[in-house]
Design a protein around this ligand. Structure first.
Ligand code: ATP
Ligand code: MG
Length: 140
């Protein structure tokens, strides 16, 4: 399996709960290399840009309000099969449907407030890491 990059966002609900450390610990136990790590508060415009693919969806406004309500932690991650592996570790979008042992099962509250983000394809993994990190900031 090829080495890939994926973007993790620890969303505002998980940062508010004080779950950042436990999620970073899980990332390391899953064998990801952390290439870049930042805490920031997304502006409304940054949230809208990041989730632009969902702009026609009924939950878009709620999603952008949520994502910009407090600090997030973004992490550019690398490992073999990173995209699929991270999606498996975070679990289904709706925490109620997420498998036991997944991060969304552990920390997610609802389909909207679901603790973490993961890129959905190799191409988006690269694009999303570049959205938050300049090349020079990534430790390869
Ligand atoms: P993410 O892209 O954040 O990793 P995902 O890929 O599992 O999540 P998407 O379909 O890309 O799910 O939706 C993006 C985000 O929009 C979800 O993580 C969730 O926060 C929010 N969302 C999705 N569906 C709903 C919904 N029905 N109601 C409210 N919020 C939703
Ligand atoms: Mg998605």
């Amino acid at each position: 399996m090829a080495t890939q990059r994926t973007l993790c966002i620890i969303k505002p609900d998980a940062v508010e709960k004080g779950a950042t450390g436990q999620i970073l610990d899980r990332i390391q136990r899953e064998g990801f290399r952390v290439l870049g790590l930042r805490q920031l508060r997304l502006s409304r415009r940054q949230a809208e840009g990041f989730y632009a693919v969902h702009r026609e969806r009924p939950f878009f406004d709620e999603l952008c309000t949520f994502m910009s309500r407090g600090p997030v932690v973004v992490a550019a991650l690398e490992r073999d099969n990173a995209v699929e592996h991270w999606r498996r570790v975070i679990g289904a979008t709706d925490p109620a449907k997420a498998e036991a042992g997944t991060i969304r099962k552990q920390f997610g509250a609802s389909v909207g407030e679901n603790a973490v983000h993961g890129s959905d394809s190799e191409e988006n993994g690269r694009i999303e890491c570049a959205y938050f990190f300049a090349g020079v900031d990534l430790i390869g």
